[in-house]
Design a protein around this ligand. Structure first.
Ligand SMILES: Nc1ncnc2c1ncn2[C@@H]1O[C@H](COP(=O)(O)OP(=O)(O)OP(=O)(O)O)[C@@H](O)[C@H]1O
Length: 784
């Protein structure tokens, strides 16, 4: 047997040994779980047996309370042990399938021999709990595996830097307890393994990448110094993957203090939420909170406005070119998402310190108790050096005081008497009891009656005033809508803020459109962040101090307002912002190509920026094709994975298109591809494609309300496919008619970069001019 065979045999034996140890631990833990479960059932069943219940006097009652508390503590401790054991059991069951995926032999500077370090998704100790059979991939020593080739290497521990040498670096593929492959590797974590992983079929759920994390990604994952981590990376470069493994890393690194619910991931849409939701559980961690900006906005403003969904705005932008008012709305979107407009709102808020905030009157039974003017006068009589929100709190207190006065006056109003007459006996009896308790009865019956009436009147008025007090406490007296609205009326105040020459040329039409929507209680997607921002400036920023990490994926589509709002909402959190400017599909929004807006919210020394240039998702021919579609695309490096060249097929009409697509899909399925997406530009086109293809294929349409999808043949609008991937992508109609404006280029690019193994473009008539920049040898041109 040669050395390599001997080596493999040893490794195979080790796999068997480790698995047998895991099985032993599973059995023993299982036994423990059974015992603890029995304890818990027993305690619950006999809870009251061991408790002496006696409330005869205070000391007996205290004893009873203490004994109940003790019993409850025993129960909760057992329950905690049970939960922990179940968690461990789950981890062991995952490990038994594939106990480890990597190994490094590391010799510390001060030692003479190298120690093997095996890496897996969780740590495993030997029988005597002395030696690590497997190290968690997130342990400090494990970073060596991701960062170094064999040779000198160092890693950081909480107590300092450890220096030494890696003498061997190896990767394993162990499935169902069987060692399938092992490779010795160099710097990057084995191309072989990566080839294998990336060569697989797409799934409707994202997978963890811990076995093949690349060095650049590892830096992002393990960064724990910066307040703000910015990741700018090409399509398919592993931004989302890095974000999710980073969350798993943080949960491990700060396991004593950080819980999953203290981490929030902002994602582009619900479909994406479901796509990434399995990664952390696969790694044995609980999922972070997932949300979208829209959900947050709904939570804040949903009761006041009908909020436009971002995808509705997107569909409008892409389809309504012929509608009246379209160019003005686009100009409005551009303006309202720009840093300049944020400056306008900041200046407006400064001016509002002196004058201009609009208030709502405090009304009761259709009568104005305190007019909006009086509230305004009171507000503006307060010291202007006090911030607006603090002055609002003072106004609130003043209003509550005023309300009290009105309440007293109100008690003698005729309506109260009417209400008194309607009261039932029980109410009288209750008040009688209360007066007795308070010892307010004297011998004189006549006065007793008066007092009873007074008390009842007070109660009636108090009850009726309760909603007013809530109204005041909720700061509803501030009319944020009217104050925002005022920005779009040519009031002298807003004229002075909004330098006339700086307004877009379509200003008056933008104003008219904005006012019309606001008057219908509708808030467009472009108005939502500035409105929220202004509202917060008036009422004070709402903060969440529990969340410690905020992740924003697809951050290129966030406006400066959104970043500012999120930063203020989570003042104690670190931010990780990930995006790709080539995929800025809200292309009509203010265009930027850097994360300046978010970076400006933090000090430069608190910020670290990472750039990922290698694209892992698609085969080399696909990346070679797609990168030519965008500016600076030559910076995107393909990962060497072979595959078929993309194809472009020009057809005469819709019938021919359906024929071609159906034929291709049948072929792709026969080749074993499962996740196949026909990507359309818009939801409208998706509907049209569905009508065209449904008779020829078993196909499902994914609409804007979809929350999950299966690996099947789908029709999906480009903007919904953002962040997800498919084995094969067929671009439904890549014609010049569909894609020719510069603003559509990024959408086109985003759609094409969803493909892992196969990319096929179809066009009714002339193909999009975007292909002019792509060299003819990067794709096969077919015409039917
Ligand atoms: N180190 C890695 N090992 C294995 N697979 C990887 C690695 N990095 C990325 N991938 C794979 O590449 C694909 C793209 O990754 P991901 O979706 O995280 O990229 P992204 O940068 O967020 O892409 P996009 O911006 O296009 O949505 C996924 O299938 C992911 O599993």
């Amino acid at each position: 047997m040669n050395e390599a065979d001997q080596d493999r045999q040893k490794e195979e034996q080790r796999v068997v040994q480790v698995i047998s140890e895991i099985n032993r631990q599973i059995d023993s833990l299982q036994e423990h779980v059974t015992e603890v479960s029995a304890d818990i059932v027993g305690i619950r069943k006999h809870f009251w047996d061991d408790v002496t219940v006696n409330f005869e006097d205070a000391s007996e009652a205290a004893e009873t309370y203490a004994s109940i508390k003790q019993q409850a503590e025993v129960l909760s401790e057992r329950e905690r042990v049970h939960r922990h054991a179940i968690h461990q059991l789950r981890t062991l069951r995952r490990l038994v399938q594939s106990p480890y995926f990597g190994r490094i032999d590391f010799r510390e500077e001060t030692e003479s021999v190298a120690e093997p370090v095996y890496l897996g998704i969780a740590s495993l100790l030997d029988k005597n709990e002395e030696q690590f059979l497997v190290y968690d991939w997130r342990a400090p020593i494990s970073s060596l595996y991701y960062d170094y080739a064999p040779g000198p290497a160092t890693y950081e521990t909480p107590s300092g830097t450890v220096t030494g040498e890696i003498t061997c670096k190896r990767q394993y593929v162990i499935r169902d307890g069987q060692l399938l492959h092992l490779f010795d590797t160099g710097v990057t974590i084995g191309d072989e393994l990566l080839q294998e992983v990336l060569g697989k079929q797409a799934d409707s759920q994202m997978k963890s990448i811990v076995a093949t994390i690349q060095r650049d990604q590892n830096r992002i994952i393990r960064n724990d110094k910066s307040r703000l981590v910015i990741v700018s990376g090409a399509a398919g470069s592993g931004k989302t993957s890095a974000a999710l493994q980073r969350i798993a890393y943080l949960l491990y690194r700060y396991r004593k203090t950080l819980r999953a619910e203290q981490i929030v991931l902002f994602s582009p849409n619900s479909l994406f939420n479901s796509y990434v939701s399995t990664v952390l559980p696969e790694l044995g961690e609980e999922n972070m909170q997932q949300t979208t900006f829209q959900e947050y906005a709904e939570h804040r403003l949903g009761a006041i406005f009908q909020l436009e969904h971002p995808l509705t705005q997107m569909e409008y932008v892409l389809t309504a070119m012929e509608e009246p008012g379209y160019p003005e709305r686009i100009a409005g979107i551009r303006m309202k998402t720009s840093p300049r407009f944020m400056q306008v709102i900041d200046d407006y808020a400064t001016a509002l310190k002196e004058s201009g905030i609009l208030f709502r009157p405090l009304k009761f039974r259709d009568r104005t108790l305190i007019s909006a003017n009086r509230i305004s006068d009171h507000f503006y009589s307060l010291d202007p050096s006090i911030s607006i929100p603090n002055r609002m709190t003072l106004v609130g207190r003043w209003l509550l005081g005023e309300l009290k006065k009105h309440e007293r006056v109100e008690r003698s109003k005729p309506w109260v008497e009417d209400e008194l007459e309607l009261l039932d006996k029980d109410a009288f009896a209750a008040v009688y009891q209360e007066l007795r308790r308070k010892n307010q009865f004297r011998e004189d019956t006549f006065n007793d009656f008066d007092r009873e009436q007074e008390l009842l009147a007070a109660k009636i008025v108090k009850k009726q005033f309760q909603p007013l007090r809530t109204w005041v406490r909720e700061l509803q007296f501030i009319d944020s809508t009217a104050t925002y609205r005022q920005l779009f009326t040519d009031s002298p105040l807003t004229m002075s803020i909004f330098g006339a020459d700086e307004r877009p040329s379509q200003w008056s039409e933008i104003c008219a459109q904005t006012l019309a929507r606001l008057d219908q209680n509708e808030l467009t997607y472009e108005d939502t962040p500035p409105f929220l921002y202004l509202q917060e400036k008036l009422e004070g920023f709402q903060t969440n101090n529990i969340v410690r990490h905020v992740f924003i994926d697809e951050a290129q589509d966030y406006s400066p307002f959104q970043f500012a709002l999120l930063q203020r909402l989570f003042p104690r959190a670190k931010m990780t912002v990930l995006g790709d400017w080539n995929q800025a599909i809200y292309a009509h929004a203010y265009e930027s190509s850097s994360f300046e807006a978010v970076a400006s919210l933090y000090e430069p020394e608190q910020t670290e920026t990472f750039v990922l240039t290698k694209s892992y998702r698609s085969t080399e021919p696909i990346v070679t094709f797609t990168r030519q579609l965008v500016k600076d695309g030559d910076r995107i490096e393909p990962f060497r994975r072979i595959g078929r060249k993309p194809s472009v097929t020009a057809v005469q009409d819709r019938e021919a298109l359906a024929e071609q697509i159906a034929g291709r899909i049948a072929e792709l399925k026969a080749e074993g591809h499962q996740a196949i997406a026909v990507i359309t530009k818009t939801a409208q086109e998706a509907q049209e494609a569905y009508e065209n293809l449904r008779d020829k294929l078993d196909i499902r349409m994914i609409g804007t309300r979809a929350i999950s999808y299966e690996t099947e043949v789908l029709i999906i609008p480009s903007y919904l496919a953002k962040g997800v991937e498919f084995d094969a992508v067929l671009l439904y109609d890549a014609s010049a008619e569909r894609y020719s404006r510069e603003s559509e280029r990024k959408l086109f690019y985003t759609a094409c970069t969803r493909a892992m193994h196969e990319l096929h473009l179809y066009s009714i008539g002339n193909v999009s001019p975007f292909l002019d920049s792509v060299s003819a040898d990067s794709y096969d041109f077919l015409s039917s």
